[in-house]
Design a protein. Structure first.
Length: 202
């Protein structure tokens, strides 16, 4: 392999831990500076870190991914990204969970390309089918929770006495905004939302 070696790690939510994937990639000798960790919801289409990585990749570079669903959630997205990387940019892709797809193992004859293309489409189909199953189960769970009156989603954090006290001190002019933010160690937007909630509940 020539060129730089990179790894793309993707987890669906901020709560999911990427540590296992990082360990797996570093054991392959990939430099930490070349390991891109992307924490994006499956609904997200922005993928800023991913697109920045694509910009960095050059012909002859190698990209390690754990599974092809790291490239996208749906069938067309996976196929398009794969072709963009391998054909347009000339990047070598190594798929840890599916070594049969490793492009550096492929001979450049018609039969080899045909077999890889078939395998890619099968695994891309499986990735989207699994994602659709997850979404369906989530939708069922939400519908069931609504029907039974059970709360769903993230539980709302309880406002503490300290937060109420500091907000009231700020609203009454006893302390400045900077003092309030420092005491609660939160961002300005979060503090304003807290003020709004407390005033609404008064």
């Amino acid at each position: 392999m020539t060129g730089e070696i990179y790894a793309l790690i993707r987890v669906s939510t901020k709560e999911q831990n990427e540590k296992r994937q990082v360990i797996r990639m570093t054991k392959l000798g990939i430099l930490k500076k070349n390991i891109v960790i992307e924490k994006e919801s499956g609904k997200s289409t922005s993928r800023i870190k991913y697109h920045n990585l694509i910009e960095r990749l050059k012909k002859g570079d190698t990209l390690y991914i754990e599974n092809i669903d790291r490239l996208g959630r749906d069938y067309d997205g996976i196929i398009n990204e794969w072709h963009k990387l391998t054909i347009q940019k000339g990047v070598v892709i190594k798929v840890l969970d599916t070594p049969l797809l490793d492009t550096d193992q492929m001979n450049n004859d018609l039969l080899s390309r045909f077999i890889i293309d078939i395998l890619l489409r099968i695994f891309a189909y499986q990735a989207e089918a699994e994602w659709q199953k997850i979404k369906y189960r989530q939708a069922q769970g939400i519908a069931l929770a609504k029907a039974s009156g059970t709360p769903y989603g993230r539980p709302k954090s309880k406002i503490t006495k300290k937060e109420i006290k500091i907000v009231n001190q700020y609203l009454s002019g006893e302390i400045t905004l900077d003092m309030a933010l420092s005491k609660l160690n939160i961002k300005k937007s979060t503090f304003y939302n807290l003020c709004k909630t407390i005033k609404t509940n008064d």
